[in-house]
Design a protein around this ligand. Sequence first.
Ligand SMILES: Cc1ncc(COP(=O)(O)O)c(C=O)c1O
Length: 444
Amino acid sequence: MKTARKKPPSPSGAELWARYRKLFPKYFWGEETRLASVVISRAHGSTLVDADGREYIDLTSQWATNNLGHVHPDVLRATTAALERYGFLIYFMNPHLPMLELAEKLLEVRPSPNLSRVFLELSGTGAVEGAIKYAVEVRERPVILGFMGQYHGLSIGTGMVGALSSHERRHWEAYGGGVVHAPYPAGSRRPVGMGDEEYGGFVLDYIRDQLLRHVVAPDRIAGTILEPVACEAGIWIPPKSFVRGLRKLCDEFGWVFIDDEVEAGVGRTGRMWSIEHFGVAPDLVAIGKGISGGLMPIAAVLGTDELMAERDVAAGTTFGGHPAACVAASTTLDVMARDRLVERSAKLGRAALRRMGEWTGYDTVLDTRGLGLCLGVEVGTRASRTPSPETARRIFFDCVDHGVVPLYNYGDTVIRVQPPLTITEPELEGALDVLEAALRRAAT
Ligand SMILES: Cc1ncc(COP(=O)(O)O)c(C=O)c1O
């Protein structure tokens, strides 16, 4: 006689966390980078469920990726059908319908009409690498102008063009020979007494009067790369006049304007692309993360004919343009249009920022800022106006203990609110209640 086998108990969160630490590199769980010790067993909508059955509101969208929430049913259905039909096809040998449809859809929502071609990649890192290759090879110039505080990825190339932290660039500094950096004109490191506009003007003057005069001649620069809203830096928003001034420098010296929309794009800031807040036409746009609603890895670069149709530039990767990922991205764009998610991001973001603005009365809050559902609270000691990583860390873990996961980089002083664009109003309100309570508690 058969006896019914007892189901073994599911491993607890603590057991899974111990296995994780044993199997994966230290960067992902070490003290300097560790986020929340939460092993997730299930995710849906804006909710994460951990291995012990606890629920959390996800204010990260998985680092601004799952813009439609976790496991959007329409994207899942279309992606599964595409996998069954196409499996994998390498797009530069056997072009397929999903990649053509995606390219046409992306161009329908492009930020400016000069963009007419689409290069497909696998990750935001790959998209930025590709954009840099187009700029350098077509212009036949070796140097890229980047900005301090920007993040473009952790590969050797993107790590050198970006300059988020000297800690992450350690040992590789010498590889950045083809990059010069200028300050990003926003954020808490603005010189004392300088307003936003003034700081933007100062940086443009610094580029023209210092960098171009003493470091690199303008005809040696292929292009510049800008995050129009610098998310990883702590939601920095530069003045309009700066972004327009940078475009003018590009026109004057023949530089390619590369717009990195990997994190701030796809509706995150309340416009389809964050560059739209500045009324500037970029020459190349790097897109990633949220473009497939978070279900499949895919990224893209939009570019001009001049940059993409006249020369052979050897850029690309095997899995870029995976048919099912193209379908996931096309379906994401359809869902965004149908459910008016860009407008939703703007509306929910405006209301949230209004509420967050009231928090500047708390002793721990130095600033609240953002656009759309791309929001941040800078924390520290208000009296001395000193940002404090320790306060941020305490607030982050307090939120996690109370069922909310904000977006937070270990060592940062900004707690970020970047939820799915589909988050319900009660979910967002409830999550902000938890964050507000944590800010209040941290002050005592
Ligand atoms: C602005 C920006 N560019 C590029 C990247 C790199 O993208 P990925 O991690 O998908 O390779 C990121 C990732 O966070 C990003 O925020």
